[in-house]
Design a protein around this ligand. Structure first.
Ligand code: DP6
Length: 326
């Protein structure tokens, strides 16, 4: 059987998945909304091998970055693959190779794109072995991917994905082809993984009411984006990541990803906004880096921000690309 090569994009949540129902296979305590990052991709190649156990290796290709998964990362990836095999009654053994087109030492999460790519690759290769898999719909694949890593269920759709309960679905919003900047203020491995953060936040007194706050923001953000109210959209997105980071800081034990540099970058963003009354949507994940999303017509401001932050920090900047609507 020929090897199968599949890729999937990463995504950035504007309404965050933070908090899950323990033991539920990553069912979230609130809905989330993300923008798909078509420039940041994971590639997964599956090759059937004769015997032994499934194995993981980095995918070596000149256009991809070298990926060095930790022992834990490897086990988690292999476990998801073995769950998919069990679900679809597959007995064959595979070599799984994967790599990203973005550096793994830049502090960008790759679990969303990698688990989505692995799920899609498995569905493609297994359908030759089990005809029942033919035509499995994307909601089912999203649900399966979620069980590997929650945020990955949104990476199957784009440009916008809404995840409620079991799986994600595409969300029809006109805003597309956004420019994206990541100011990389910290590129070392995180002390607290997002999976651990999901557990810890439930100890915060602020977790009470968090699902409700997220749902209200989701509704308001969708309306703001539908009515092109960029000011309001930006404020909601800002409040949302601040809310998430406050959960981290008020958990027991408390923790924080914010560094002095993250705070400086955020302050600069605020000052630019006050000055120009315009600017990007700004958000942060469970990490120190700051993400910015610009409308297509903000190309000049995209270039200015890029130049401003690149003078002091590592900056990844991606011009908006046409999304395949999927
Ligand atoms: C802060 O999807 O990495 O990026 O389900 O445990 O794999 P697991 O968690 P993960 O959590 C992502 C959290 C976030 C917000 C988001 O992407 O919605």
């Amino acid at each position: 059987m020929n090897p199968v090569l599949v890729s999937a994009p990463s995504n950035i949540a504007l309404i965050k998945y933070m908090g899950k129902i323990e033991g539920s296979g990553n069912k979230p305590t609130n809905s989330s909304l993300s923008y798909t990052l078509e420039n940041l991709k994971t590639f997964v190649r599956l090759t059937q091998i004769d015997q032994g156990e499934d194995q993981w290796k980095p995918l070596v290709r000149p256009d991809l970055e070298h990926l060095d998964l930790s022992e834990r990362g490897k086990l988690r990836f292999l476990k998801h693959f073995s769950n998919l095999k069990e679900k679809w009654n597959i007995n064959a053994t595979f070599l799984i190779e994967s790599a990203n087109n973005f550096p793994s030492d830049c502090g960008l999460a790759s679990s969303a794109s990698s688990f989505a790519a692995l799920t899609l690759a498995a569905a493609e290769v297994f359908q030759n072995m089990n005809p029942q898999i033919w035509g499995t719909d994307k909601k089912t694949l999203s649900e399966l991917s979620r069980q590997g890593s929650g945020s990955s269920c949104r990476s199957l759709f784009g440009p916008w994905a809404l995840w409620q309960h079991e799986y994600a679905e595409p969300m029809g919003l006109e805003l597309t082809d956004m420019h994206h900047i990541v100011v990389v203020v910290e590129d070392s491995k995180k002390q607290i993984s997002s999976s651990e953060a999901h557990k810890l936040v439930t100890t915060s007194p602020r977790f009470e009411g968090r699902p409700e706050r997220a749902e209200i923001r989701l509704k308001d953000l969708v309306n703001a984006l539908r009515f092109n109210d960029w000011h309001l959209a930006r404020q909601i997105v800002w409040d949302e990541f601040v809310d998430m980071h406050r959960l981290f800081e008020t958990s027991t034990p408390s923790f924080s990803y914010m560094t002095a540099d993250s705070k400086q970058v955020l302050e600069d963003c605020q000052n630019f906004w006050t000055k120009w009354q315009d600017g990007p949507l700004v958000t942060m994940d469970a990490g120190a880096n700051v993400h910015m999303l610009f409308r297509q017509d903000q190309k000049k401001s995209f270039a200015d921000y890029r130049e401003h932050f690149a003078a002091k920090y590592k900056v990844l900047a991606f011009e908006g690309v046409k999304h395949d609507v999927h």
